[in-house]
Design a protein around this ligand. Structure first.
Ligand code: FES
Ligand code: FES
Length: 167
């Protein structure tokens, strides 16, 4: 199949890649670029393990064509790293036992980061709804919710407080 040239940004870096038009985004990330954080667990859009952000929105990379991402910004779990170290969410997952086999974890994290970018103080219900497309068969979810809640509290404490009348 004839390859076509696409340009996209992945975790902040520009890429120009020659790909077949039917190349799946997940295969491009894992096989061509070695970004193996995103997982293939079901391959039919039902588990969320392959979730990445495309222009800031969680998408399933196992059924998305890479060519359809032309000109867009892709963020994978590797892009969450904080100056090469673990991001707060990754640390919290470790602290609270939010990951067991870890297969679902990258996909969950990409959805959580999208949620918190759009809602810095989500209710329990809003967290559950946001994560309803991500499935975990190991943890029972409660440790994950504890980790997410800890990150929310830490980010709220760190947020600068607005001074009334400052403007
Ligand atoms: S591997 Fe993509 S949704 Fe399961
Ligand atoms: S930690 Fe194993 S599937 Fe979620």
């Amino acid at each position: 199949m004839k390859k076509e040239l696409i340009e996209l940004r992945i975790n902040g870096r520009a890429h120009e890649l020659a790909i077949e038009p039917n190349r799946l985004l997940l295969d491009l990330l894992r096989q061509d670029l070695g970004l193996t954080g995103s997982k293939r667990a079901c391959d039919d859009s039902s588990c969320g393990s392959c979730t990445v952000q495309v222009d800031g929105v969680p998408m399933l990379s196992c059924t998305m064509l890479a060519a359809s991402c032309e000109g867009q910004e892709i963020t994978t779990v590797e892009g969450l790293a904080d100056h090469g170290g673990l991001a707060a969410l990754q640390k919290a997952y470790g602290d609270f036992g939010g990951a067991q086999c870890g297969f679902c974890t990258p996909g969950f994290m990409m959805t959580v980061r999208w949620l918190l970018a759009n809602n810095s103080d989500p209710s329990e219900q809003e967290i559950r709804e946001a994560l309803s497309s991500n499935l975990c068969r190991c943890t029972g979810y409660s440790q994950m919710y504890q980790a997410i809640r800890a990150v929310i509290e830490a980010e709220q404490k760190a947020a600068p407080t607005e001074m009334v009348g400052a403007k």
